[in-house]
Ligand binder design. Structure first.
Ligand code: CP
Length: 312
């Protein structure tokens, strides 16, 4: 595997889960693999988990991670070809990506969508420009339309906590006061479509994710009906896809509560706003998997890095 930019870069989800679980049991077993190799982490947006877990994964492999907050600390980067650069951008991605490639053996990039220009977001301009112009492998640390490190993490966490062969997994939209990206929801859908689970999505009218991603996954607009007999409830807010980037609904009737999810395990990628997305009792209860999900981010990233390093 050269790059890890999409959940489809996973060739066999079950074998990847098995390998990640083995790394979790013995995280330092490949400490020599990344010796004298540098991982560059470029953040165009904020992060806690991705930033720390990906560095931790690199350290577990003996790599040297270096981190840069591109927005704010670096020169403004121009991504469009042929632009007369007489505005706010001082450096073109053609040079920037090649320059970072001189210092790093692998580059990981986080770049969120505009949530204004759907076509631009769907073109994955930032991520695809790094893939195009860098001379080293690229890892997606959450792009405009996907968060494949999170998706793989969630697969590991479900596999670890499943008590039946084919659990029912529900992805439920929940309210938020800000317009949020679709990336986590998209990658979770694409991951569940690869797994042997009964998978349904529930969201209000107007909040269906991109149909090219949801494909034939059942979508319920009745949350109660969708949550019936759920083994795992994965909660995430996203803004409207059809009315691109808009907030259509903020009232609390879609908030996740213990009463709604019963004995199901609760999952969220974090960060999460308490008592807006999900009530305290769920997050503080014994069925919450959110901290273990965050823990598993390290081993998902570690396996991705391991496969890239082994590929040479
Ligand atoms: N889940 C996740 O990607 O968290 P951060 O935004 O803190 O990295």
């Amino acid at each position: 595997m050269k790059n890890y930019t999409h959940i489809n870069d996973i060739d066999d989800i079950n074998s990847w889960i098995k390998e990640a679980k083995a790394l979790k049991k013995n995280p330092l077993k490949d400490i020599e693999l990344g010796k004298n190799k540098t991982l560059g982490l470029l953040f165009f947006n904020s992060s806690l988990r991705t930033r720390l877990s990906t560095q931790k994964a690199a350290l577990n492999l003996g790599m040297n991670p270096i981190v840069m907050n591109v927005s704010g600390d670096a020169w403004g980067i121009e991504f469009l070809d042929g632009t007369v650069m007489n505005g706010n951008t001082a450096e073109h991605i053609k040079e920037a990506a090649q320059v970072v490639s001189q210092y790093c053996d692998v580059i990981a990039v986080r770049a969120f969508p505009t949530l204004i220009e759907k076509d631009k977001d769907e073109s994955e301009l930032v991520l695809s420009s790094f893939v195009k112009y860098a001379s080293v492998p690229i890892i997606n640390m959450e792009s405009a339309t996907g968060h494949p490190l999170q998706g793989f993490t969630d697969a590991i966490t479900i596999s670890e906590n499943a008590t039946k062969k084919k659990p029912k997994v529900v992805l439920s939209w929940a309210p938020h006061i800000k317009a949020l990206p679709h990336a986590v929801g998209n990658s979770f859908v694409q991951t569940m479509q690869k797994m042997d689970v009964e998978f349904v999505i529930t969201n209000p009218e107007g909040y269906n994710l991109n149909p090219e991603i949801t494909k034939d996954t059942p979508i319920y607009h009745n949350q109660k009906e969708a949550l019936k007999d759920a083994d795992f409830v994965y909660t995430k807010n996203w803004s409207s896809y059809d009315d691109y980037g808009k907030i259509l609904k903020t009232d609390s009737d879609w908030m996740i509560t213990n009463e709604k999810i019963g004995n199901a395990k609760f999952m969220h990628c974090l960060p999460v706003r308490r008592n807006l997305v999900v009530e305290d009792a769920v997050l503080d209860g014994e069925n919450s998997l959110v901290i273990e999900q965050a823990n598993n981010r390290t081993f998902a990233a570690q396996l991705v890095l391991k496969k890239i390093l082994e590929n040479g």
